[in-house]
Ligand binder design. Structure first.
Ligand SMILES: Cc1cc2nc3c(=O)[nH]c(=O)nc-3n(C[C@H](O)[C@H](O)[C@H](O)COP(=O)(O)OP(=O)(O)OC[C@H]3O[C@@H](n4cnc5c(N)ncnc54)[C@H](O)[C@@H]3O)c2cc1C
Length: 440
């Protein structure tokens, strides 16, 4: 593709150089979407991914409506294999033990993305990676690790990388750091980072149910969260909150202890939990938050978790990385046409994206406070809010449309909060006008 390899030698390594318009570091949720969106605009792009190939590991995947819209724009939503996806409409929030607190129905959202799509691990991501491989203007290099930035007159003009024994130099007009929460591009740009590791992460499991499950359940209790999301066939994803660093301890206690803990939370699914027969059905995912004062520099930009990782309560981390990618792919053709790769120009991307991301990070942190709590008073308030939402279509729609990625502003103002907590009546509780109009 883009240019020739120029062989040279340095410390016994082969040094090769390439030239491209856009260099993307990381082919995760954000980088892969960016590469495909740029390819569809015919823009020369090189993507470096340190992993040896597409990811194969266990991870839970819920495509929220805004993520479905991105896949649709890329021409992929209808191409996801049917036997790997499941459409879910209703999510029941319950108390540990079984009492239902609130039901949220994605069917209330505007069509056509009025559903959640649960996929088997990496299904959407593989579809994106496959589509990239078919594009002549993009080169996706696996096993290629970013090692540093090239600079000229204080601006970024490319990067260096290592691939096996090769040292690679890539000259690029814009370098995109899509390399996740521990971003090396961010570090090389010397962008300060406020990184927070939440005390709790998630044990994820994928189990076979005795019969297909069609509705999702999410249990909350004293420092307890267990989510069950139906996936393709009889598969069910379990998300079980455990302390960060305790995965080995949980495993050392044995599978029966874990199954008993799950059964105490949801006695109606004891048979499902017995489907855990091997720890290879499970994985641990830590959770963290990233905040940075800027996402852009002269000739470089950060997207996704590198710029703004968030707690998974928002159910939006990957979706936001995808939406970032589409927003940046809209701006880059203009940068190329005007030969303007300045931080000021790239800032337009950040200005467009930051409000929604900041709002979601705050919301997710509030959910951590209320949902992860062991404090009975906070837990009482949380359950009260869930019960209000169950009765109040207006507030429920606000929460749903936010989780669905369809709102950029906070779902509740102060009065809404007081109403949700039951301290104020809501005269518009049953007003369906907002629901009927769809999210704004
Ligand atoms: C428990 C849990 C549940 C979650 N649930 C959801 C959910 O329901 N919905 C949702 O939208 N999000 C969810 N997320 C968040 C989501 O996984 C992330 O926000 C998303 O993966 C971020 O995408 P990204 O492309 O920015 O980064 P990543 O997906 O982390 O991709 C970064 C890529 O860069 C590569 N890389 C890193 N360093 C280098 C280097 N030096 N050189 C070359 N390549 C490099 C990595 O190998 C990786 O492929 C969840 C996260 C957790 C922990």
């Amino acid at each position: 593709m883009c240019s020739k390899w120029q062989g040279a030698s340095s410390k016994g390594l082969d040094v090769k150089s390439e030239e491209t318009d856009i260099a993307v570091v990381g082919a995760g949720g954000g980088g892969a979407v960016l590469a495909l969106a740029l390819a569809q605009k015919g823009i020369k792009t090189i993507v470096l991914e340190q992993a040896p190939g597409p990811p194969r590991g266990l991870r839970g995947e819920i495509l929220q409506p805004n993520g479905q819209r991105v896949l649709d724009q890329l021409g992929l939503l209808n191409k996801l294999p049917e036997d790997s996806t499941r459409t879910v409409s209703r999510f029941h929030f319950c108390k540990v033990g079984g009492e239902r607190l609130c039901t949220v129905d994605y069917g209330d959202l505007p069509a056509p993305y009025n559903r959640a799509v649960v996929t088997l691990p990496n299904v959407a991501h593989h579809a994106i990676l496959d589509a990239i491989q078919a594009q002549p203007s993009v080169a996706l290099w696996y096993g290629a690790t970013f090692t540093g930035l090239l600079r000229e007159n204080g601006r970024v003009v490319g990067l260096t990388a290592k691939k096996g024994t090769d040292e690679i130099t890539v000259k690029a007009k814009v370098v995109v750091g899509a390399d996740g929460a521990f971003s090396k591009v961010r570090e090389a740009l010397q962008i300060p980072v406020d990184r927070y590791f939440y005390p709790q992460g998630y044990l994820i499991a994928i189990l076979d149910a005795p019969a297909p499950i069609t509705e999702a359940k999410y249990f909350v209790g004293k420092r307890t969260i267990l989510g069950m999301f139906p996936a393709a066939g009889n598969k069910v994803y379990l998300f079980y909150m455990i302390d960060a660093g305790s995965y080995d301890r949980v495993k050392s206690k044995g599978m029966p202890a874990l199954q008993q803990a799950w059964t105490a939370i949801d006695p109606s699914n004891e048979t499902l939990f017995r489907g855990l027969t091997d720890w290879s059905q499970t994985a641990f995912m830590p959770t963290g938050r990233v905040r940075t004062p800027t996402w852009v520099a002269e000739g470089a930009v950060l997207i996704g978790d590198a710029a703004h990782a968030m707690n998974p309560h928002a159910s939006q981390g990957r979706m936001q990385a995808m939406v970032d990618a589409m927003a940046l792919a809209d701006l880059l053709p203009e940068c190329l046409a005007e030969h303007d790769y300045s931080a000021e120009k790239l800032k337009r991307f950040e200005q467009a994206r930051r409000p929604q991301v900041t709002m979601l990070q705050r919301l997710a942190d509030e959910q951590v406070l209320f949902w992860n709590t062991a404090n009975p008073a906070i837990g009482f308030l949380r359950d009260r809010v869930f019960r209000t939402l169950d009765r109040n279509a207006r507030l429920r729609y606000r929460v749903l449309s936010t989780t669905a990625g369809l709102r950029a502003s906070a779902p509740f103002n102060l009065a809404d909060r007081l109403m949700a907590a039951g301290f104020l009546p809501d005269p518009a509780a049953h007003a369906h006008d907002e629901v009927a109009r769809g999210a704004r």
